[in-house]
Write a protein that binds this ligand. Structure first.
Ligand SMILES: Cc1cc2nc3c(=O)[nH]c(=O)nc-3n(C[C@H](O)[C@H](O)[C@H](O)COP(=O)(O)OP(=O)(O)OC[C@H]3O[C@@H](n4cnc5c(N)ncnc54)[C@H](O)[C@@H]3O)c2cc1C
Length: 411
């Protein structure tokens, strides 16, 4: 019995039994299409359709949005999403494609949207029928997010949007975007407002989505250009000029420190995907020749692998601590540290795998001689995105220093 099971309330225990049984009966098994390492790299309509159908069946069974009220399409349960997540992860089910919708848009719309808007948007978000993307970053506003310049100008009870967003993951599939806009050029923070914008229906009529090719060859990112897009004022979240405060709700959830647990599926272990873990690197080392021996016999590599394993285990303990209320001295400390540690450990683990592979690590996905089907070079390149997305490691350290430790602010 896991620690979490031991601490289950009666409702959680009953829900856990239900989840286990449902997953056993409905696990889709090996995927019928080649899946990328994460939902942010979904490229083809076939991949998206396969994953959307999985999210829809999990939602219909009550495993997505469990802790949201029934009126907005949720399950109306109390602290049960983490139970569903644990069972899905243990069963290594596929991931959900609507990762930005579930993790960022849903809690933001829930906390700041008008009731009618929540009821209109959230059920199709939870079911994965509507994919969402996040329009925060711009060419001149990444870490300095409050500098966004994409402008919304009032026109009666509507707004006219013009500007340029960038690094917009999944915009090529998205129906909706959460977007931070400037509504007043005279004030940096108070001049921002937050909207939801239907982008798929506006393609070619005020919205252009242009794919950006990553160094992996994948096209998860996009540029999104707005030219005189007209949106209704009913799509504004919270008050005019309160966009920065709304964006903080999004970022808290994006960085894992929000109070609503994000629905999360397992991430399928399949022929075509691998997770970045030191156990997988050790497995690779036992299969990789190094002279007359195996890479796993090299004492220097062994030392590095064990160090990585210890870091990973320490992170797991750290993540468990964030679930014990008595140990939480500051609500943001553990989750923000977890994001920082997890992304940096993953990057180092992927780098170690390349050392294990040696020169063969230069062979990529399409090369039939590539060890582990070329998945490790892919994982290595993608791991850089993890330390940048949702706030770079430097920015995370600044936030922890200033807001958690109370150090003086950086200029
Ligand atoms: C995989 C991935 C997915 C993404 N998806 C999305 C998305 O869907 N939607 C979206 O809006 N954005 C997305 N982004 C963009 C992401 O949020 C930005 O890349 C990130 O905020 C950094 O901004 P920037 O790229 O403009 O870098 P910059 O802000 O220009 O930073 C450049 C460097 O300077 C450092 N730096 C900047 N300011 C400081 C400071 N004050 N102190 C110390 N160091 C500093 C940074 O840490 C970094 O190393 C994604 C990024 C990645 C990698």
């Amino acid at each position: 019995m896991s620690d979490s099971e031991r601490k289950d309330t009666a409702e959680q225990a009953e829900f856990r039994r239900y989840c286990k049984a449902w997953i056993a009966d409905n696990h889709p098994g090996e995927p019928t299409v080649r899946l990328p390492l994460s939902p942010l790299e979904i490229m083809t309509p076939e991949q998206m359709a396969y994953l959307q159908s999985w999210q829809k069946s999990a939602y219909d069974a009550g495993l997505v949005g469990c802790d949201y009220p029934k009126e907005v399409g949720g399950g109306g349960r109390k602290d049960c999403q983490r139970v569903a997540n644990e069972e899905l992860v243990a069963a290594r089910t596929p991931y959900y494609p609507n990762v930005i919708g579930l993790g960022m848009a849903a809690p933001t719309v829930f906390h700041h949207g008008k009731e009618a808007l929540k009821q209109q948007l959230l059920p199709r978000l939870f079911s994965g029928e509507d994919i969402w993307c996040q329009g925060f970053s711009e060419p001149g506003a990444g870490s300095d997010l409050a500098n966004v310049q994409t402008f919304a100008e009032p026109k009666g009870d509507k707004w006219i949007i013009n500007g340029h967003k960038v690094w917009t993951s999944l915009a090529h599939f998205a129906e909706w975007m959460i977007i931070l806009l400037r509504t007043d050029k005279g004030h940096k923070y108070e001049g921002l407002s937050y909207f939801v914008v239907p982008i798929a229906s506006a393609l070619g009529k005020g919205v252009t989505v242009k794919p950006l090719i990553k160094m992996t060859g994948e096209t998860g990112f996009n540029e999104v250009l707005f030219e005189n897009l007209e949106v209704d004022d009913s799509f504004r979240l919270d008050e005019l000029g309160k966009g920065w405060q709304v964006a903080m709700t999004t970022l808290l959830h994006e960085r894992g420190a929000g109070e609503l647990v994000t629905p999360r599926a397992g991430g399928l272990k399949s022929e075509s995907s691998l997770s970045i873990s030191s156990r997988n690197v050790m497995d690779l080392a036992t299969k990789t020749p190094r002279g007359a021996q195996q890479a796993s016999d090299d004492p220097l590599l062994r030392d590095r692998m064990v160090r990585q394993l210890i870091r990973e285990e320490a992170l797991k303990e750290h993540q468990r601590r964030s679930r014990v209320p008595a140990l939480i001295d500051h609500p943001m400390r553990l989750p923000l540290q977890n994001k920082l540690l997890a992304s940096e450990i993953a990057q180092d683990t992927a780098a170690l795998a390349l050392e294990v592979e040696g020169p063969a690590a230069s062979l990529y996905l399409a090369d039939e001689n590539a060890p582990a089907r070329g998945q490790w070079p892919l994982a290595y390149m993608n791991s850089y995105g993890m330390t940048i997305a949702a706030g770079t490691s430097e920015i995370q350290r600044n936030i922890l220093g200033e807001r958690v430790l109370g150090l003086a602010k950086s200029k």
